[in-house]
Design a protein around this ligand. Structure first.
Ligand code: SF4
Length: 371
């Protein structure tokens, strides 16, 4: 029996073919931080994000130049592209015309019902969903005045208002996000929204922080919600390269058994018995195998006392033993290797296994070797 609650069954939308809600796998999103009008730089970053396991990418459309670049970005992107628009409904219309696979816009901020209807009609015509994104830091004045400060209840009220504006013009393909930099407020707001609607929910802790702190804060918030069955698509927001957001999001999902992709490295914490450089080996394995999509668990264990058990349970594992280490593959002891050759041998075993899983494919973008 799963320790996770059954997934909440949200209405389903399609973001350029990636299904969100309705029992579809929880998708991973990120956002580019290049200048959107720099098409080459933006596409290069999207390639790297897709390689890391990003399912849907969002790009900011702050002005006309960015909207004009969007067509080329959509055409060159390997994954669906969502346009992030604020205030100016003309930019949302331009983004829809450019082929964006989804819009992120708050209907209450684009200047009245007529404009909302215009954007909704453009989205409907192209079959693309709209995400209503509420942040605790930008709640409407009347909600703030009544609540006294940002609150989960205020976030839910704001999201409901925006969603009702879209529903009132006959647009149902809505995704909702309720994000706060306060982890517990994010949890409370999403729990409450999940109970009162069937919109798919995009989870995120906004302004979570630097790479390590932000990943932990995001994992705590998302982990609670996902374990309760709440959440259909996720973005880890970090002050760092967006590729790190994707890696963190993937780790959240694999830790909960919701999705597995790529190489998972298990490494012992090291202690006085450690007999080779576990940290460096584990880090190098992680870096060198980042482009592999096959689901492979690798164990790097520092000694022959507690190491062999974990190494045997992994797909590929090593357990140190002085000048040498024992190599395990799928539970079988394969051979003893010199300590200096552990990394090299581990990588060749992983590459061979990746090739068995997906014949001919080692990584998405590198034909010549593992990246
Ligand atoms: Fe120490 Fe061995 Fe455990 Fe690693 S596996 S922490 S070296 S006892």
């Amino acid at each position: 029996m799963s320790v996770l609650a059954p997934r909440r069954m949200a209405r389903q939308v399609s973001v350029g073919g990636v299904l969100v809600g309705g029992g579809a796998p929880v998708s991973v999103q990120s956002m580019t931080n290049t200048r959107t009008e720099d098409v080459r730089a933006t596409l290069d970053q999207i390639e790297r994000l897709a390689d890391a396991g990003c399912d849907i990418v969002r790009v900011a459309v702050p002005g006309r130049a960015a909207a004009e670049a969007l067509g080329a970005i959509v055409a060159g992107s390997p994954i669906p592209v969502v346009a992030d628009v604020h205030f100016d409904h003309r930019l949302a219309l331009a983004a829809a015309r450019a082929g964006a696979h989804g819009l992120r816009i708050n209907p209450g901020n684009i200047g009245g019902r007529e404009r909302v209807a215009e954007v909704a009609a453009a989205a409907r015509e192209r079959g693309i969903p709209i995400r209503v994104g509420v942040n605790s830091g930008s709640l409407e004045d009347d909600i703030l005045a009544r609540e006294g400060r940002p609150s989960a209840a205020g976030m839910v009220e704001s999201a409901v208002r925006h969603a009702e504006m879209l529903e009132s013009v006959g647009f149902p393909d809505i995704v909702v996000s309720l994000k706060s930099s306060d982890v517990l407020m994010t949890v409370e707001a999403n729990r409450s929204m999940a109970a009162r609607c069937d919109y798919p929910l995009h989870l995120g802790v906004t302004e979570a922080g630097t790479i390590s702190t932000g990943a932990v804060r995001s994992a705590v918030g998302m982990g609670i919600l996902l374990a309760e069955g709440v959440g259909d698509t996720i973005r880890v927001s970090l002050a760092g390269p967006p590729e790190e957001e994707v890696r963190a999001a993937r780790t959240v999902l694999s830790s909960l058994g919701l999705r597995r992709r790529g190489v998972t490295v298990i490494a012992c914490p090291t202690c006085g018995r450690t007999e080779f450089d576990v940290q460096r080996t584990a880090e190098r394995v992680e870096a060198e195998t980042a482009g592999i999509r096959a689901d492979i668990v690798v164990a790097v264990m520092g000694c022959s006392v507690n190491g062999p058990g974990e190494a045997r349970d992994a797909d590929v594992g090593v357990a140190g033993g002085g000048d040498s280490a024992v190599l395990f593959r799928k539970g079988e002891r394969i051979c003893v290797i010199e300590a200096t050759l552990v990394l090299e041998r581990l990588l060749s075993e992983i590459r061979a296994m990746a090739n068995e899983d997906r014949p001919g494919e080692v990584s998405r973008t590198s034909a010549g070797g593992v990246r």
